[in-house]
Design a protein around this ligand. Structure first.
Ligand SMILES: [Zn+2]
Length: 165
């Protein structure tokens, strides 16, 4: 249970900072993050990480199952570097370089780009649904197979349990 006075990190794009301030968020310069107490989140819903959204339920993060034929492939491999960079930097900017799930940031790379795909097994078509920012910890949960090959599954499991409560 998180106390009402605990400040929640928000995903505020730079160009929407005034909107966040009007909603009751304040900027924490030390953490370089817009934050708000829990009782103000209703007015700040577009900026609230999934983990803290009053209109969402757990699980907020879970492993993302990928058909075996697609293992090892990603959008970056199919795009020119400048196109991939534009897409991933747009995802980072839309969340104020915060994780869309937990609001956190990684120590080395603050956020990473996570591709959301829908799979049509009958027609064998995959469709890109969107690209969002995730912190390295949440990203490790999403890509569970890769996390296992790197022997990081214990930490990823602990993180998944904490985020999902
Ligand atoms: Zn995260």
């Amino acid at each position: 249970m998180i106390a009402l006075t605990t400040l929640i990190p928000l995903c505020v794009p730079f160009e929407r900072r005034k909107e966040a301030a009007r909603g009751g968020a304040t900027f924490n310069g030390e953490q370089k993050c817009w934050m708000a107490p829990r009782d103000k989140l209703d007015a700040l819903l577009p900026f609230v990480p999934y983990r803290y959204r009053p209109d969402r339920e757990a699980p907020y993060i879970r492993p993302w199952m990928v058909p075996q034929a697609l293992w090892g492939f990603n959008l970056r491999a199919f795009l020119a570097p400048e196109d991939w960079n534009r897409i991933r930097k747009d995802a980072y900017a839309r969340s104020g370089s915060r994780c869309r799930v937990c609001g956190g940031r990684g120590p080395q790379w603050p956020v990473e780009a996570d591709e959301g795909w829908a799979y049509d097994d009958e027609r064998r078509i995959q469709t890109l649904k969107g690209v969002i920012s995730l912190c390295p910890d949440c990203h490790g949960v999403r890509h569970w197979g890769k996390t296992m090959t790197e022997d990081r599954q214990d930490a990823a499991l602990a993180w998944m349990a904490e985020v999902n409560g």
